[in-house]
Design a protein around this ligand. Structure first.
Ligand SMILES: Nc1nc2c(ncn2[C@@H]2O[C@H](COP(=O)(O)OP(=O)(O)O)[C@@H](O)[C@H]2O)c(=O)[nH]1
Ligand SMILES: [Mg+2]
Length: 197
């Protein structure tokens, strides 16, 4: 994938605030601090188009980006961080479910998981929604630079078990080494180029 141009379109909470859905769209989801913004920045060859931060739970709206006037990418709000106020946490479910059920140009959701952590309830809830709405899910295991080869094999087995997915579905990634970048783009391009009638 050759990135010619990327731009931030807008942040949105409600469907009437979403930008027009005239390009195929891919969304990115995962728990707070999992490395979602870092992954999007690596995909787009940008250092800081998407704000990365060590303060989890800050992104509380859907952030839309356009790539090559060809597709839109959406950074969904992170979840599962205990220090986020209950009020904010309550909004997450309806915000995401509304988006997933109403966005007609959505072609797939990239679910980002930390190689060192067992998937949380929201990870599973998200996968269930995707299945219910017939939206393709692309599970990506990130921060792979943080574990040894043995740990990587062991942890990905545990993650696969917890999610009820075969390990062959996983793409391994590291924002440091950029391992996995090309495979993720291949999967995105495949979904974006599918004709929808
Ligand atoms: N070692 C390592 N650190 C990462 C990786 N991806 C993200 N991080 C770090 O994890 C923290 C959270 O990343 P961020 O992209 O802001 O997560 P987000 O909350 O999911 O958007 C930051 O300190 C990043 O530098 C990775 O692949 N490897
Ligand atoms: Mg982020």
């Amino acid at each position: 994938m050759i990135i010619k141009n990327t731009s931030f379109i807008k942040g949105a909470v409600y469907p009437d605030q979403y930008p027009p859905g005239d390009l195929p769209e891919i969304a990115f989801a995962g728990r707070s601090n999992v490395g979602k913004s870092s992954l999007i920045n690596v995909l787009l060859n940008r250092k800081n188009l998407v704000r990365t931060s060590s303060t989890p739970g800050r992104t509380q709206c859907l952030n839309f980006f356009e790539v090559n006037n060809q597709m839109t990418l959406v950074d969904l709000p992170g979840y599962g961080f205990a220090r986020v106020p209950a009020e904010v946490r309550k909004q997450w479910g309806p915000m995401i479910e509304t988006y997933l059920s109403s966005r007609h140009n959505l072609r797939g959701v990239i679910l980002i998981l930390d190689i060192r952590r067992t998937p949380c309830a929201e990870d599973k809830r998200l996968l269930q929604w995707l299945e219910n709405f017939c939206i393709p899910a692309i599970p990506i295991i990130t921060k792979c630079d943080k574990v040894s080869k043995n740990e990587k094999a062991r942890h990905s087995e545990a993650i696969a078990q917890a999610l009820g997915l075969p390990k062959t579905r996983f793409t391994y990634f590291s924002a440091l080494s950029k391992e996995g970048r090309d495979s993720i783009w291949e999967k995105i391009e495949e979904l974006v180029s599918v004709l929808h009638i």
